[in-house]
Write a protein that binds this ligand. Sequence first.
Ligand SMILES: Nc1ncnc2c1ncn2[C@@H]1O[C@H](COP(=O)(O)OP(=O)(O)OP(=O)(O)O)[C@@H](O)[C@H]1O
Length: 132
Amino acid sequence: MVSKDSRQTEKNHHLIQAMRHALEGIFDVISQERNMRYHIAVAMIVVILGVILRVDRLEWLWLLLAILVVFSAEFLNTVTEAVTDLLGEHHYDINVKKAKDVAAGGVLITAIFAVLVGLIIFLPRIVKLLGY
Ligand SMILES: Nc1ncnc2c1ncn2[C@@H]1O[C@H](COP(=O)(O)OP(=O)(O)OP(=O)(O)O)[C@@H](O)[C@H]1O
């Protein structure tokens, strides 16, 4: 998404402008990062499962937290890629490798956390539903 003031380099002048840029950032991550679209698809499946399997209020908080940390890590990963590509998109740089690998590691850790939360909440219900 390219706004009228997409070449702005000074600070935002008002809240609406700041919000618009924040929304542009969200739209960019969703439209340009395939992994973000996977995360959104999984989050939607989790929410549908949560409704079908009637998870309770506390479990919803854990599920929403898990979704939020994965999304946040993917946003930071995207920031890291954009900034490091400024330094060395077309040539090998050990610091670019480190930054990208660490950011990707952060996404992996949060994804593992989310899978564990999902298993802890959904597995007992699914096992019960299957009659074991
Ligand atoms: N300029 C570079 N210098 C050194 N290593 C790089 C560089 N660019 C990429 N790499 C290495 O290649 C890996 C993949 O880079 P890439 O930019 O595709 O990140 P990615 O996390 O796979 O991207 P995406 O999240 O979009 O799938 C990085 O984790 C890093 O190890």
